[in-house]
Design a protein around this ligand. Structure first.
Ligand SMILES: C[S@@+](CC[C@H](N)C(=O)[O-])C[C@H]1O[C@@H](n2cnc3c(N)ncnc32)[C@H](O)[C@@H]1O
Length: 369
């Protein structure tokens, strides 16, 4: 059952369940002591805290709801969001959830968090304490609390219990409902799904930042109050690329194959890397030179040809290898299916890359540089 508030005795039940296996008998035992809902809440907390270590350095002390955790921005990306606001200005985080962005905003200056969910407000207050930063957190509607705010951050809910959406009109609150607040602010930043339709994105008058983090593209940001334009920004370094399409593509790989960062692909900035694209892969680049770029991962090409499992098996055997990883772009074959079809068992760990050239599927055997 979903709790609307934190259990009153949440500290006791978390202490009692720490390190305890969530077996039916342990759940029943703690259920007798604290009540079933509270015991199951505690086991869920420990499970989420474990997973959340990849997003938060202090995950083991934080409080979450499952959707609140899943929608939360990871710590490093939240710091990037906060860095977009001038120092010292008072920022309204209109949908603060369990507080991931609010913690970073409060770490940089005055901030207030707003959320419609009582349990998220309670989690956010606790999580601010865990990080030793302060901000007020209010139970309110973003559309009421945000009216007239000068500096706004908003990360609307993109899912409920039943479904996930990438359409900003189905977010809670929706883009249309938020638009007067976003346009009325001096500076407003809205986080949206990277899967949002490009036609929708093209129609929005705002600066668009396609965010790169850990070689993936976790989100797109719309920045209001700073004109228009598009860029791809890498959170780790702050490096920026301006979208530009590929000037050239080639059908066959050269000595090295490069896999582009997902945000570079999403942001239409493959041409900014300065290498030819490989066939219709939309994401693989190739060169006879070794290239050092933070936007690509490089591989040495050991063999290439048509995707015929028999031929790839022969090539892998000749290289005395086996397929460790399969990477695919634009092809219908699944990595698991492809891996199972290559019958080679040598000690050398090879990566199989499959990509499309017109109607054909091409294959390369490569090793990371
Ligand atoms: C994507 S989560 C926010 C995550 C947050 N940025 C973080 O990193 O932890 C969206 C939040 O919006 C809240 N929400 C939905 N509609 C709202 C509204 N009209 N006013 C305020 N909050 C709302 C939800 O309760 C949810 O906590």
């Amino acid at each position: 059952m979903k709790l609307e508030h934190l259990p009153e005795n949440w500290r006791d039940v978390l202490t009692a369940s720490e390190g305890v296996k969530p077996s039916p008998s342990n759940i029943a035992r703690l259920g007798k002591q604290f009540g079933e809902d509270v015991a199951s809440w505690a086991f869920t907390q420990w499970e989420i805290r474990g997973r959340a270590a990849s997003k938060f350095s202090r995950a083991s002390e934080m409080l979450f709801t499952r959707p609140g955790y899943e929608m939360a921005t990871s710590e490093r990306v939240a710091e990037f969001h906060a860095s977009l606001f001038p120092p010292g200005v008072h920022v309204h985080d209109l949908t603060c959830g369990i507080g991931a962005d609010l913690i970073a905003l409060a770490g940089r200056g005055p901030a207030v968090g707003i959320d419609l969910s009582p349990i998220h407000v309670e989690c956010a207050r606790h999580n601010l304490d865990v990080y030793g930063v302060s901000a007020s957190v209010e139970l309110n509607d973003a559309l009421i609390a945000g009216a007239g705010a000068k500096y706004v951050f908003v990360d609307p809910a993109r899912r409920d219990e039943r479904k996930r959406t990438v359409n900003p009109e189905e977010f809670s609150p929706s883009f249309s409902a938020l638009e007067p607040i976003l346009r009325g602010a001096e500076l407003a930043v809205m986080k949206i799904s990277p899967m949002v339709d490009d036609r929708w994105l093209d129609g929005v008058e705002a600066q668009v930042i396609v965010v790169s983090y850990e070689f993936g593209c976790p989100e797109i940001l719309l920045v209001f109050g700073q004109g228009a334009g598009r860029s791809v920004v890498r959170v780790e370094s702050g490096s920026r690329l301006t979208p530009i399409g590929l000037a050239q593509t080639v059908d066959e790989p050269a000595q090295y194959l490069y896999e582009a960062d997902a945000a570079v692909i999403r942001g239409g900035a493959l041409g900014a890397i300065g290498l030819p694209g490989l066939a219709d892969s939309n994401g693989y680049l190739t060169s006879d030179e070794r290239v050092g770029s933070e936007w690509v991962r490089g591989f040495e090409v050991l063999w290439h040809g048509a995707w015929r499992p028999k031929d790839v098996t022969a090539a892998a055997r000749k290289l005395d290898g086996q397929i460790e990883v399969v990477k695919t772009r634009g092809v219908r074959v699944s990595p698991a299916e492809a891996k199972a079809q290559v019958k080679a068992v040598g000690p050398r760990r090879l990566t199989l890359v499959l990509y499309r050239l017109g109607e054909k599927v091409r294959a390369c055997l490569v090793e990371p540089l």
